[in-house]
Design a protein around this ligand. Structure first.
Ligand SMILES: NC(=O)c1ccc[n+]([C@@H]2O[C@H](COP(=O)([O-])OP(=O)(O)OC[C@H]3O[C@@H](n4cnc5c(N)ncnc54)[C@H](O)[C@@H]3O)[C@@H](O)[C@H]2O)c1
Length: 342
């Protein structure tokens, strides 16, 4: 019986959205290394340089016959169907989104399209396919500028300070209704400031590295006192894989985050909030360059501190982040030098 079940799953595939994105590309690579078949979709939007997305993809497409990529918009039902045509999808890892807190102030409709309509289309697909597990990216930003530290998935998160955060919270509410009505297992992963090789050029570490190597001043907001629970990409990938392997049971018991449906919410952070000033120190040392600092006020939409309570993820998923900034930042710098040629 066991063999028959395993055999039946042999041709099953995992749909990964945002496959050309920072986290998506790493997750695809890790799933392929486990012997999974992966179908990736990404629209390769121009929020940051498309060449970086293509370079991430090149490492996937060329390396495995078990990876199939579809260039398209997952907020369009027809394109989503075309992406999975001929495949038997039994799990979805939904990592595609319009990311970025500050950009959501300038371009809110992009967030409505990808994060609200797009999430709805993925939920509809999960419902239609009756997937074994729907894992999706949420964000530490759902906590807003709360003073209750560390952030716990049990606390209310009803006061987002950006539209981006509001769409991520909306994704959790939308998923809760689908898990309640259609009973497929779903897991929300609230990521905390992910960094590492193949990272995002719009995020602090990359921007600081760019300015540092160009000899430009580094804008330091709020006196460098902003603190972030920076989490290394390998730790995040391990958390995503661990979550994917453990769909919440439909047993009526209360899940992390408070649902009685098969829907769990976990923080994936590092449990080590660091001041941005300290990040700059470690970065400058790794780069061997003395930074020029340009102190500026806090930015709209930003929160002063993020800090993940990862107790439930440790307990249920065996999640154990193992990469301090002092290790992760030099790894990023050496990748960044290779990629940009600085
Ligand atoms: N990186 C972080 O620190 C962080 C923190 C919290 C949450 N998240 C969330 O994790 C997920 C992955 O983030 P990331 O850092 O890899 O971001 P990313 O921007 O590198 O990747 C997202 C990808 O989704 C694609 N995409 C966007 N809209 C699409 C659409 N409508 N159709 C098809 N593809 C589309 C983009 O082209 C991009 O390649 C996102 O949901 C993000 O909101 C990330």
């Amino acid at each position: 019986m066991r063999d028959a079940r395993a055999k039946g799953r042999e041709n099953m595939a995992i749909l990964v959205t945002g496959a050309a994105g920072f986290i998506g590309a790493h997750v695809c690579r890790a799933l392929l290394a486990l012997g999974e078949r992966v179908v990736g979709i990404d629209s390769l939007n121009a929020y940051y340089p498309v060449a970086l997305k293509q370079a991430r993809l090149a490492g996937l497409v060329g390396n495995s016959p078990d990876f199939r990529f579809f260039h398209g918009d997952f907020a369009e039902a027809g394109q989503l169907q075309a992406a999975i045509a001929g495949e038997s999808i039994d799990r979805i890892v939904h990592l595609g989104a319009q990311a970025g807190v500050r950009h959501s102030i300038e371009a809110p409709r992009e967030y409505g399209h990808s994060n609200l309509i797009g999430h709805l289309e993925l939920l509809e697909l999960a419902r239609e396919l009756g997937v074994r597990h729907f894992v999706y990216a949420s964000s530490s930003s759902v906590y807003g500028d709360t003073s209750a530290l560390p952030f716990s998935a049990e606390s209310r998160a009803d006061h987002p300070v950006s539209l981006y955060a509001a769409t991520k919270k909306a994704n959790e509410l939308m998923t809760e209704s689908y898990a309640h009505l259609f009973r497929f297992p779903a897991t929300s992963l609230r990521f905390f400031t992910v960094y590492g090789p193949w990272g995002r050029p719009d995020m602090a570490l990359w921007r600081f590295a760019e300015q540092l190597f160009a000899g430009q001043p580094l804008p330091i907001f709020n006196g460098g006192h902003m603190r972030r629970d920076f989490t290394y990409i390998d730790d995040i990938v391990a958390g995503v894989l661990a979550a994917l392997a453990r769909p919440p049971a439909d047993d009526g018991a209360v899940k992390p985050g408070g649902s009685r449906s098969p829907h769990a919410v976990y923080n994936l952070g590092n449990d080590q909030p660091a001041a941005l000033g300290d990040l700059v120190g470690i970065l400058s040392e790794a780069a061997g360059i003395t930074p020029i600092l340009d102190y500026q006020p806090m930015q709209p939409g930003d929160v002063t501190v993020t800090w993940a309570d990862i107790g439930p993820a440790r307990r249920d998923l065996g999640y154990a982040p193992a990469t301090p900034l002092a290790v992760g930042v030099p790894r990023f710098v050496s990748w960044y030098r290779g990629y940009t040629g600085v």
